[in-house]
Write a protein that binds this ligand. Structure first.
Ligand code: FAD
Ligand code: GLY
Length: 380
């Protein structure tokens, strides 16, 4: 029998599952095809920070998108948790970007004056105020930028909740089902082909993270999405070490999770799909974390891992319809912010498929369109 769906999503990470949930909730018959296991790539490796203001400060459209997405979390998490029983571990204790040098003090104070236009709650903490808030931080820190509204979640559980909720609405998820080609007739999507099967649909959404360029090449679509590996480790402290997420621009963050674990991340290596964890990377992270929070050395080791972030030529995600193929949508390249951007990406793609994008959103979404001029510059 011909297998026909309203929408087929390729890729079972946080982006694919958010779009699946959004479409299924709107009554669509959805299929998600995943080449390995669900939530086994970047979306399970993520530290779960919702760092709209900690991590984004250059591109205004990206910041607007991130703030919109951040604002969606409280009600979305309530809805998903009620529906699925999964504890997504939302923590709203803010993030602190700490300064270790005078140059960083100047830079962070500039960031504060910029970010206060978007959220007045952002403020500077002196060393004294920093230590009053987080007593175990190193007294050698020169202060920090406090961002009360950048929260965090347990990343793999967010994807799990999207998946469970989408399943409740009837979405089919198929693991070990790699899409190897597209069915296209007269410029219109007609379905996708796996090694063992053909599935029919007029709407295909590519959410294949760092593997997006390879897959789209099958449809002769060129897209500059490339891998950036990141390593992390986690520990279980004997006593709580910090309540806010601590973020250093010198390549280290410390994220105290709701379940008591503390995640330390992350390294950055361009153009590799190799997920092995290096001693060099880990020891650098340990040294950095120890200089910010000396007491972390007494915590119990849990584990280490690596994931592959999907980065793009110009650093912005691709979210939108492909202009040459009717029914082909792409949502990929969310780089360091895919967990944060998953709710808004689900809504954006769903609104595009359903042709209900508002006038206000059209101008914001324009920056992320898939046919924008590509820069070949690779940044980490
Ligand atoms: P993925 O999760 O990689 O999913 C893509 C899926 O597509 C994979 O499962 C893959 O197997 C599948 N696939 C590929 N090709 C095919 C095919 N042909 N057929 C079928 N399936 C296919 N973001 C934040 O917001 N906050 C953070 O704190 C954060 N921390 C991070 C820390 C680390 C160490 C890393 C690595 C990333 C972090 N990120 C964070 C970034 C975030 O994890 C990613 O942006 C996000 O997970 C991307 O989601 P995705 O669904 O696009 O990709
Ligand atoms: N956003 C954190 C990371 O990608 O490492």
């Amino acid at each position: 029998m011909k297998k026909v769906y309203d929408v087929i999503i390729i890729g079972g990470g946080v982006i694919g599952s958010s779009i699946a949930y959004s479409q299924a909730k709107r009554g669509k018959k959805v299929l998600v095809l995943e080449k390995n296991r669900l939530i086994a790539e970047a979306s399970s490796a993520a530290a779960g920070m919702l760092g709209a203001q900690a991590e984004i400060d250059e591109h205004i459209s990206m910041l607007k998108l991130a703030l919109k997405s951040r604002a969606m979390f409280p009600s979305l998490i309530r809805e998903l948790e009620e529906r699925t029983g999964v504890d997504i571990g939302l923590v709203n204790k803010g993030m602190i970007k700490v300064a270790e040098t005078e140059d960083e003090v100047v830079n962070l104070k500039k960031q504060i004056s910029f970010h206060r236009d978007w959220d007045e709650a952002v403020k500077w903490l002196t060393t004294e105020e920093l230590l009053e808030k987080e007593a175990l931080l190193s007294p050698s820190l020169l202060g920090g930028m406090y961002i009360p509204n950048d929260g965090q979640v347990i990343a793999p559980r967010l994807s799990l909740a999207f998946i469970k909720a989408a399943m409740e609405y009837g979405t089919d998820f198929l693991e070990y089902s790699e899409v190897v080609d597209f069915l296209i007739e007269n410029g219109c999507m007609q379905g996708v082909i796996t090694a063992t099967d053909t599935f029919h649909t007029e709407n295909v959404v590519v959410t294949t993270g760092a593997w997006t360029s390879q897959l789209l090449a099958k449809a002769n679509v060129e897209m500059n999405v490339y891998p950036v590996k990141g390593e992390c480790f986690s520990v279980i402290p004997r006593v709580p070490l910090v309540s806010s997420t601590i973020f250093s621009e010198l390549g280290c963050y410390i994220v105290p999770k709701k379940d008591g674990r503390v995640i330390v991340g992350a390294t950055s290596y361009c153009n590799t799909f190799d997920k092995t964890v290096s001693l060099q990377g880990l020891s650098k992270l340990m040294e950095r974390a120890g200089s910010l929070l000396p007491e972390i050395g007494s915590a119990k080791w849990e584990k280490s891992w690596a994931g592959i972030r999907p980065q793009t030529g110009d650093g912005l995600p691709y979210i939108g319809a492909h202009p040459h193929y009717k029914g082909l949508y792409i949502a990929a390249g969310h780089y360091r912010n895919g967990i944060l951007l998953s709710p808004i990406t689900g809504k954006m793609v769903s609104d595009m498929i359903d042709d209900v994008v508002t006038k206000e959103d059209i101008s914001l979404y324009h920056s992320f369109r898939v046919d924008r001029k590509l820069s070949t510059k690779q940044t980490t």
